[in-house]
Design a protein around this ligand. Structure first.
Ligand code: UT7
Length: 327
């Protein structure tokens, strides 16, 4: 099958401020050794009160546009995967449009938690297939530390902030998105969520006191589902593309836990030198995780032209997604 769309530019941005495991040792009852051994994380970037999700998006988008040789005015659609945007409404994409000056674009956010970028990529591919959109900016961005409970050692050591972006245009017939696969299971929403501020737990003194505005996660349960769903999802994308795991030159897995990353790679017989890993420096940045890793893989020269890349992700909802892209 000929690809319909392709990625011609990527970028990423993260806050300057670094929070190390040693810093966390001073905040909660944890150790650098525990965090490294159980998650693979050494440090993460955390935003300052002045920084907003749209700032990271805008910087990542500028880099992606520059590489693509495009002006912001050339963009006709902006899709942002985020669950920690600037405001409850309007969308974060609205602020990014204004900051970039992408005034010819239609813009919206999608809420698919960690899977947001790959959901967005899938949507961009489909929108280009309609023939009605040509130059699409897909961004995955989060300010996860905005909803981090710094008193909960089970979750506060995991997350970080940042954004990654990709410019998607019609394929040249050779390179591009070979297949995608999306899945969800709403029966498991209670394992990973943040209720505060929604209709379930509106912002009141009581919901603030209850810590309802922070992220809640049943870590071990999520872990088991993540391993299973990522394997299933990656296999579906392989089947749809007609490729096998041997054809994959680079695996970019969601950076949630080094043990999930290694388990997924092992399941497909992909050696770790063909796996993009940056969880040690960023932690789990939710929907920004895949596009940050993608940009680092490309800009470092590891992911080269002609290579097949498999992206696979899992997140709250639950949601899961995968995409195979020939660069
Ligand atoms: O991005 C969306 C998808 N998210 C994920 O995929 C995350 C999936 N889950 C995970 O990555 C892991 O479950 C965690 C990293 C969250 C936790 O690792 P775990 O190996 O599943 O640990 P656990 O929750 O089973 O806890 C084991 C022990 C417990 O102590 P006891 O009960 O055995 O005495 C915890 O209280 O480790 C303790 N613990 C900690 N100890 C030191 C939990 N968090 C910490 C901590 N420091 N930060």
């Amino acid at each position: 099958m000929k690809p319909v769309s392709m990625i011609v530019g990527t970028g990423h941005s993260a806050p300057e401020k670094v929070l190390t495991n040693f810093d966390l040792e001073k905040i909660v009852d944890t150790t650098n050794e525990w965090i490294i051994e159980r998650t693979g994380i050494r440090e993460r970037r955390i935003k300052s009160p002045e920084e907003n999700t749209s700032d990271f998006c805008t910087e990542a988008a500028r880099q992606a546009l520059e590489e693509a040789g495009m002006a912001a005015a050339d963009i006709d659609l902006i899709i942002i995967g985020t669950v920690s945007g600037d405001m409850r409404f309007p969308s974060t994409a609205i602020f990014v449009q204004a900051k970039l000056g992408a005034h010819n674009a239609a813009v919206f956010d999608i809420a698919a938690a960690c899977s947001g970028f790959v959901y967005g990529l899938t949507l961009a591919d489909a929108m280009i297939a309609t023939g009605q959109y040509r130059n699409i900016l897909v961004i995955g961005a989060e300010s996860m530390t905005h909803m981090t409970d710094w008193e909960d050692r089970n979750s506060c050591v995991l997350f970080g902030d940042g954004a990654g972006a990709a410019v998607v245009i019609p394929s040249d017939g050779e390179r591009g998105i070979l297949s995608t696969y999306l899945g969800s299971d709403g029966r498991l929403a209670h394992l990973l969520y943040s209720a505060g501020g929604g209709t379930v737990a509106p912002a009141t003194h009581e919901t603030v006191d209850n810590r309802d505005h922070y992220l809640k996660m049943a870590g071990p349960e999520v872990f088991l589902h993540a391993i299973k769903a990522m394997s299933k999802s990656a296999q579906k994308a392989l089947d749809r593309s007609g490729l096998t795991a041997e054809d994959i030159d680079m695996l970019i897995p969601h950076q949630a836990n080094i043990r999930i990353i290694e388990g997924t790679a092992k399941r497909f017989g992909i050696p770790l030198e063909r796996v993009m890993i940056n969880i040690d420096r960023y932690g789990n940045t939710s929907s920004a995780s895949i596009p940050i890793a993608l940009n680092e893989a490309r800009k470092s020269g590891r992911l080269k032209s002609g290579m097949n890349c498999l992206m696979v992700v899992f997140g709250g909802g639950f949601t899961w997604a995968s995409a195979i892209v020939k660069f």
